[in-house]
Every structure is written in structure tokens, then in C-alpha cells.
Write a protein that binds this ligand. Structure first.
Ligand SMILES: Cc1cc2nc3c(=O)[nH]c(=O)nc-3n(C[C@H](O)[C@H](O)[C@H](O)COP(=O)(O)O)c2cc1C
Length: 193
């Protein structure tokens, strides 16, 4: 009897493990010092989670293990703008990706950024991230709307866009990006199975 139960348990475990390896997955990862980029990452996470059949992980760059990268069908990377560049923590993370054998090739990729001011770096930062993805042979994409063509960005300290919270306008762009990437990851995984 107990052997029967253990066998059933083993079968359930193996099918869950098999499912998690074969199901499409989206890794959302970011660096954030004062919380704005983290809020965008959370909005992207919610958007991605709304797509049924896709596993979604949300992790700061410092917690991403090589296995997280290898398992992901799509990777979305976010950074604050620092002097018009991505944060050093994000560059260090991107530069740590394995290159030999090009294991990142054919994964989907997208970017997001938060910057204090309007047009003083956020677009450049997203393009920097996408450029690195292209070096790895990834297939890069932007958001659903033309307003998030290069990814989802938020202004966190100029004009009406205050420091206390990330405006809903930007969070919606984030959710839209997450949803689009997750939908494409689902289709992509089915096509390449
Ligand atoms: C050292 C430093 C440099 C920055 N340089 C820029 C910049 O060039 N352009 C910009 O728009 N914002 C700049 N900012 C503002 C941050 O990008 C912005 O506050 C961002 O939303 C912070 O993200 P976080 O809350 O996730 O840390 C800078 C902030 C710091 C600390």
C-alpha cells in the first residue's frame, strides 16, 4: 500500500517537474535602489501572470541564478537611469550571461527603465539592454503600443511625475509589456517544441 502511495507521489512529482521544464516561462529581473524600478517590475509581473499557461519569476538581478536564465523562454530586464546609462549592477549582470555555445540564443528579450527626467536617458538605457540581448542572439521586442515601442519606461521625478509613486500611466505600460512578452513566449514555446 505504502509503495503504491510513494509511486503515485513520484509520478506526480515527475509530471510537475516535466511540466515546469516544458512550459513557457518569463523571467523579470531588475535593479532598484529607491523602489521605482521595482514597482515597474511588479506591474510587468502582473501583466505576465495574466497569461494562462506561462510561469513567471520576478527577481532582483542579484538573486538570478544561471538556472533561472537557462530555463526562461523570455527575459525582461529593467534598470534605473544613472547618468544616461544602465545601473552598474545591471551591466554587471548582463555581462555575466554565459556566451559559449550561445545558450541565450532564440530566447525572447525585452527591457524597461525608470529615469528621473523626461528624455534624459530612459530610452538609451532600454536600447543598451536590448543591444546586449541581440549580441546573445535573442529576439528582442517592445510593448504592445507605440508609446512603449522600446520597452516600458517611467519618469519618476519631473513635472507631474513625482517621486512618491510611479504614475499609473507607466505602470499600465509595464503591465502591457509583461502581457505581450508572456503571450509571445507561449506561442514561441509551442512553435519551437
Ligand atoms: C547616480 C544617479 C544618476 C542618475 N542619473 C539620471 C539620468 O541621467 N537621467 C535620469 O533621467 N535620471 C537619473 N537618475 C534618477 C534615477 O534614474 C531615478 O530616480 C530612478 O527612477 C531610480 O530608480 P529606483 O527607484 O529603482 O532606484 C539618477 C539617479 C542617480 C542616483
Amino acid at each position: 500500500m505504502s509503495l503504491k502511495i510513494s509511486l503515485v507521489g513520484l509520478l506526480i512529482f515527475l509530471s510537475i517537474a516535466g511540466y515546469s521544464q516544458n512550459s513557457p516561462s518569463v523571467l523579470i529581473t531588475y535593479y532598484s535602489s529607491s523602489g521605482s524600478t521595482k514597482k515597474m517590475a511588479e506591474a510587468i509581473y502582473e501583466g505576465a501572470k495574466s497569461v494562462e499557461g506561462v510561469q513567471v519569476k520576478l527577481l532582483p538581478v542579484s538573486e538570478v541564478k544561471s538556472q533561472d536564465l537557462m530555463e526562461a523562454t523570455a527575459v525582461i530586464v529593467g534598470s534605473p537611469v544613472y547618468n544616461s546609462n544602465p545601473a552598474p549592477q545591471v551591466l554587471e549582470f548582463l555581462n555575466s550571461w554565459p556566451f559559449d555555445g550561445r545558450p541565450m540564443k532564440d530566447k525572447l528579450g525585452a527591457a524597461f527603465a525608470t529615469g528621473g527626467g523626461i528624455s534624459i536617458g530612459e530610452e538609451g538605457v532600454m536600447l543598451d539592454i536590448l543591444r546586449t540581448m541581440l549580441i546573445h542572439g535573442m529576439i528582442v521586442m517592445g510593448g504592445e503600443e507605440v508609446e512603449s515601442a522600446f520597452g516600458a519606461s517611467a519618469i519618476t521625478g519631473e513635472g507631474p511625475f513625482g517621486k512618491e509613486k510611479v504614475d499609473d500611466l507607466f505602470l499600465k505600460k509595464g503591465a502591457g509589456l509583461g502581457k505581450r512578452v508572456a503571450q509571445k513566449a507561449l506561442n514561441w514555446k509551442l512553435m519551437t517544441k
